[in-house]
Design a protein around this ligand. Structure first.
Ligand SMILES: [Zn+2]
Ligand SMILES: [Zn+2]
Length: 257
């Protein structure tokens, strides 16, 4: 793998689960996961062991489902897996998942001195490094604390929205990003499901098209996080928009920027 290119594998582009529909997970340069819906379904153990860190957008189940199982697979490894997110996300992960009831507290196993997992808090608006890649977190608008990220490496960057309803902060971050190659934008429900999309703070095709007015020109927008039962309608509604920037991300796909 060239160290100069930014390699992104969309392992799971969906916001729901069924055979052939994996939960939201992106793998960056083979060693940094962005969200962890399906890491243990998508990757063999050897590739799971190469993951150094998991960056989380938020703690909803479809984004962390495979994280407890990954921790178990990495148990006993010499260097801990870093789980990186703003404090409210990590606090919820610790309190609601790694609480010794739902799952063991792998931040203290096998021992407090040499744990399987290290929680690393980061701050909104403050860039941080993850291997050879830089991340810039920004807050989005969702029913729990949630963040998107600008991911940059040398002369290229991409933006991930995370789960969000219509928001200006995402587009402000996208317009500021240098050498922006792609935007990965959530799209969860079809137009007829506007009410549930608003209640759960997600996007529909009509809302995505309205959001595009705020997007930088000519940058492709890859749509992900579709709910599998809504997929065929979403596909028709996006096709009917005839907007060449919009591309529905269906199935696993590798990008090299
Ligand atoms: Zn989600
Ligand atoms: Zn969510």
């Amino acid at each position: 793998m060239s160290h100069d290119t930014l390699a992104i594998r969309a392992l799971g582009p969906y916001g729901g689960s069924a055979p052939g529909y994996r939960l939201t997970t992106f793998l960056i340069d083979g060693e940094t996961a962005l969200d962890a819906g399906s890491l243990t379904d998508a990757l063999p153990l050897s590739a799971q062991r190469r993951i150094r860190r998991v960056v989380l957008t938020h703690v909803h189940f479809d984004h962390i489902a495979s994280l407890p199982l990954l921790m178990e697979n990495l148990y006993g490894q010499s260097s801990p897996l870093e789980v990186i997110a703003p404090k409210p996300v990590l606090a919820s992960l610790r309190r609601d998942v790694l609480n010794d009831r739902v799952w063991p507290d792998f931040t203290r196993l096998p021992s407090k001195a040499c744990p399987t997992v290290l929680l690393r808090p980061i701050r909104e608006g403050k860039p941080f490094r993850a291997g050879r890649v830089a991340f810039l977190p920004f807050a989005v608008s969702h029913v729990v604390p949630a963040y998107g990220y600008v991911v940059s490496k040398r002369e290229r960057s991409v933006v991930f929205s995370g789960d969000t309803e219509p928001t200006d902060r995402l587009w402000a971050a996208a317009r500021k990003a240098k050498h922006l190659k792609a935007i990965f934008l959530e799209l969860s429900f079809c137009n007829a499901q506007l009410e549930i999309a608003q209640a759960s703070q997600h996007l529909t095709p009509l809302q995505v098209i309205a959001e595009l007015a705020k997007a930088p020109a000519r940058v492709p927008v890859y749509l992900y996080h579709m709910k599998p039962p809504s997929l065929s309608r979403i596909r028709r509604e996006i096709a009917a928009a005839h907007e060449p920037r919009l591309r529905l991300l269906e199935g696993e796909r590798s990008f090299r920027f």
